[in-house]
Design a protein around this ligand. Structure first.
Ligand SMILES: C[S@@+](CC[C@H](N)C(=O)[O-])C[C@H]1O[C@@H](n2cnc3c(N)ncnc32)[C@H](O)[C@@H]1O
Length: 299
């Protein structure tokens, strides 16, 4: 049914009410963002034009966005983008929304590269496993101008969105996006390629925990991006086992981890001879969030 005209103030109040009914975490902020999206204005405009009358068709459009969001449908899927490392990434259904937590790993890798003369002076090869939107791949490429990045994802949707983001950021010349399972597309390149750094934010949620997550994640984000097997560690095991074949001597392997997976990761890395100097870093919330290990070949 076609709604009547309403003022911005009335729409704002309606938005907060609807999102509160849906137990959405930040009803005020989400309303502000959805309203500015629906009206195609910036956020400040909402506050400075409260008495402006909005006509029925736009009101309808805003209310249908609100009702979608009320079910837990991710705000970023509606708005179509998400900021990460100061860059703007297109996102959409089928692709994990980049998380601020993941900046911990990216910032750490950038630090490692900048602190090592060997990495700093030459062109370096980086492999990212699990591209998603391209958050890690493209921010490393953006901030490390001497990096050549290969990035693999098994998901067609992620592959497509990452392609759009690569183009948008103008990074095509230094980024190669590959579709497939873990190291397989690298093997298929049929080159003797080795990497200075292998990095991954793999799926790491234990299968049975997925349904307990907030509905934005459990209902709408791709299971393929979340499910790390029975104990959440399946992908870490596979990547740790596969990496030695592709890491250069004195290379680095880095992962994002779940807040309670630090000791598991340390153990898994210690099981493989050649990984050393294993260190864990916490995120801004004080939770263990990333692990980095050095790789040194003994022969
Ligand atoms: C947690 S998401 C990380 C996405 C992105 N790197 C980020 O940090 O926002 C994990 C990604 O791994 C991909 N993935 C899952 N299984 C895979 C596999 N066997 N080989 C390659 N990628 C895989 C998923 O499609 C998903 O995009």
């Amino acid at each position: 049914m076609r709604k009547n005209n309403m003022t911005i103030q009335q729409l704002f109040e309606e938005g907060i009410k609807v999102l509160e009914e849906g137990n959405i975490q930040n009803p005020m902020l989400d309303t502000q963002l959805l309203l500015s999206y629906a009206l195609d204005v910036d956020k400040v405009y909402i506050y400075t034009h409260r008495d402006r009358i909005i006509e029925g068709e736009t009101v309808d459009n805003f209310l249908s966005l609100l009702n979608k969001r009320k079910t837990g449908y991710p705000l970023q899927y509606i708005l179509g983008d998400q900021e990460f490392m100061g860059l703007n990434f297109k996102v959409g259904e089928g692709v994990l929304v980049p998380r601020p937590d993941t900046e911990t790993l990216v910032e750490w890798i950038i630090e490692v590269v900048k602190s090592k003369e060997k990495f700093n002076k030459n062109t370096i090869n980086i492999l990212d496993i699990g591209t998603g939107s391209g958050a890690i791949t493209l921010s490393l490429a953006y901030y490390l101008e001497n990096a050549r990045i290969y990035s693999v994802d098994i998901s067609e949707k992620a592959h497509k969105i990452a392609k759009v983001n690569t183009k948008k950021l103008g990074l095509e010349s230094r980024v190669t996006l590959l579709k497939g399972n873990l190291f397989e597309p690298i093997k298929e390149l049929n080159k003797d390629i080795k990497f200075d750094i292998i990095v991954s934010n793999p799926p790491y949620i234990p299968s049975d925990d997925i349904d307990t997550l907030q509905k934005e994640v459990s209902k709408y984000e791709p299971r393929l991006a979340l499910d790390g097997g029975a104990d959440g560690l399946d992908f870490y095991r596979k990547i740790i086992l596969g990496s030695p074949e592709y890491l250069k001597n004195k290379g680095v392997l880095g992962f994002e981890i779940g807040y309670n997976q630090g000791s598991d990761l340390k153990r898994l890395l210690e099981e493989i001879e050649g990984f050393n100097n294993i260190r864990i870093r916490k995120d801004l919330a004080g939770k263990e969030r990333a692990v980095i290990a050095n790789w040194e070949k003994s022969n």
